[in-house]
Design a protein around this ligand. Structure first.
Ligand SMILES: [Zn+2]
Length: 192
């Protein structure tokens, strides 16, 4: 059945138009908007003295079904990364251990643990902020997409990377009084 409100329909479509195909990746206008939300989650983490990383998950219909930030300190859990918490939340929301056709947004490149969870959940698309030169598993230290696994994730990195990097830099400087070296606009080296 055709939409009765073509105006509203075309407005929604307009905001989902793919406008850039640099490096073979598709950048969507909404990606920055969702990354903004991840950065707000990251700021909340910062305020509770957690490493400032935030994540959210979109359902196949484009609904936010999970929002989380890093809680490793407070929960005393090495697994309490923003991505894992968001994946658990989204699985509860969908009552399914597969998050087929879902998109995960996270303010920093996932580590190998989170990359494993992303693949186990069969998440279709991953959008992340800054790269993590020390632990990143989608191009920095390793690229799990290059491993002979049965699921490949569509990946876009570097969305609002400068802001995510600034937040992390501020956090580690405040906590450790250690200089953090930023080696490029999207590549970073965080002394953790
Ligand atoms: Zn992780």
């Amino acid at each position: 059945m055709r939409s009765r409100s073509p105006g509203a329909h075309s407005f929604a479509i307009q905001h989902l138009i793919d406008f850039d195909t640099n490096h073979g990746y598709i950048v969507r206008m909404t990606d920055e908007r969702f990354m903004e939300m991840c950065l707000r989650e990251a700021s909340t983490a910062f305020e509770s003295e957690e490493v400032p990383v935030g994540a959210l998950i979109l359902s196949p219909e484009g609904k936010i079904i999970a929002r989380a930030h890093n809680l490793t300190n407070r929960a005393a859990r090495p697994t309490a990364h923003a991505e894992i918490l968001a994946i658990n939340m989204a699985s509860d929301a969908l009552e399914n251990y597969r998050l087929l056709d879902c998109t995960l947004y996270v303010s920093m490149e996932p580590c190998i643990m989170c990359a494993g969870a992303i693949i186990e959940a069969r998440i279709r698309r991953l959008v992340f902020g800054c790269f993590d030169a020390k632990r990143g598993a989608f191009g920095s230290v390793i690229d799990v997409n290059k491993l002979p696994l049965n699921h490949k994730v569509e990946v876009l990195g570097g969305v609002l990377a400068d802001r995510s990097e600034s937040l992390l830099k501020e956090f580690f400087q405040a906590r450790r009084g250690t200089e953090v070296v930023i080696t490029g606009p999207t590549r970073n080296r965080l002394y953790v």
